[in-house]
Design a protein around this ligand. Structure first.
Ligand SMILES: Nc1ncnc2c1ncn2[C@@H]1O[C@H](COP(=O)(O)OP(=O)(O)OP(=O)(O)O)[C@@H](O)[C@H]1O
Length: 215
C-alpha cells in the first residue's frame, strides 16, 4: 500500500508537487498524466525516496519513506524516465546489479534475469551493451530490470514512451501482472491508452493532483 499524505516537493522556490494525497492499495495500477513539468516525476521520486518531501509524508506498507536506500530495501522499485541504465554494461549486467546488491544467490539471479529478459522479448540481446540497443530496446531492458526486482511498489516513469503498440501492450501486461501478484503500481504517462488501461487515473497540473477516474 502506497500512502501519500499532503506531500509537497519543492526545488528552492519552485513547488513541483503541491499538497498531494492519495493511496494505491496492493493489486492496483494508478496512471498519472499531465503536461510536461506538471510534477509527475517529482511525485514518483518522492514515493521512491529519491527526493526529500518539504512537507507531508509517504508511507509504504506503514513505513515512512525517508531516503532512497531505505525505500529500495523496502521494495520500492523506480523505473526512471530515461531508463537509468549503465550504457557500457550489458543488458544482463544491468539487470543483475540490484539483484546482487540484494544478496540473492547467483543461480536465482540468473533465472530471474532470463525470465525478465524473455518477458520483454530481449533474451537474445542480454549480452549486448546497452549503448548498442535501440531506444525502445533500452526502455524494455529498464522495464525488465524493474520487474525482476519483484517490488512491493513499482513506479514506472514514462516507461512506454518509445515503444510501438505491441511492445506497449506487452509492458502494460507485465505491469498488470506485477499488480496481480500484489504490487502497488504507479505509471506516469502522456499516453491516453496507458491511462485508460489503469485502474485509476489522476491528472497533475502545476503540482496539484485531481482525479479523472478514482481508484
Ligand atoms: N532537480 C531539479 N531541480 C530544480 N527543478 C526541478 C528539478 N527536477 C524537476 N524540476 C522542476 O520541477 C517541475 C516538475 O518537474 P517534473 O520532472 O516532476 O515534471 P513532469 O510532470 O515529470 O514533466 P515531464 O512530463 O516533462 O517529465 C518542473 O518545473 C521542473 O523543471
Amino acid at each position: 500500500m502506497i500512502s501519500v499524505s499532503e506531500v509537497t516537493v519543492a526545488y528552492g522556490d519552485l513547488v513541483a508537487v503541491a499538497d498531494v494525497s492519495f493511496e494505491v492499495p496492493p493489486g492496483f495500477v494508478l496512471a498519472v498524466s499531465g503536461p510536461s513539468g506538471a510534477g509527475k516525476s517529482s511525485l514518483l521520486w518522492a514515493i521512491a525516496g529519491a527526493v526529500p518531501v518539504k512537507s507531508g509524508q509517504v508511507e509504504v506498507d506503514g513505513r515512512v519513506i525517508t531516503d532512497r536506500p531505505r525505500a529500495a530495501a523496502h521494495g520500492v522499485v523506480l523505473i526512471p524516465q530515461g531508463n537509468g541504465l549503465a550504457r557500457v554494461l550489458t543488458a544482463r549486467e544491468n539487470l543483475s546489479m540490484p539483484l546482487l546488491a540484494d544478496r540473492k544467490p547467483t543461480e536465482e539471479v540468473d533465472r530471474v534475469i532470463e525470465e525478465a529478459l524473455t518477458s520483454v522479448g530481449l533474451l537474445d540481446s542480454g549480452d549486448h551493451l546497452v549503448e548498442e540497443l535501440s531506444g525502445g530496446e533500452q526502455q524494455r531492458v529498464a522495464v525488465a530490470r524493474g520487474i525482476a526486482q519483484q517490488g512491493r511498489v513499482i513506479l514506472a516513469d514514462e516507461s512506454t514512451s518509445e515503444l510501438d503498440s505491441s511492445n506497449r501492450e506487452r509492458v502494460l501486461d507485465l505491469l498488470r501482472t506485477q499488480a496481480d501478484r500484489g504490487a502497488a503500481v504507479v505509471i506516469a504517462t502522456h499516453d491516453p491508452t496507458v491511462a485508460e488501461a489503469a485502474d485509476g487515473h489522476a491528472l497533475m497540473d502545476e503540482g496539484r493532483l485531481t482525479w479523472v477516474r478514482r481508484l
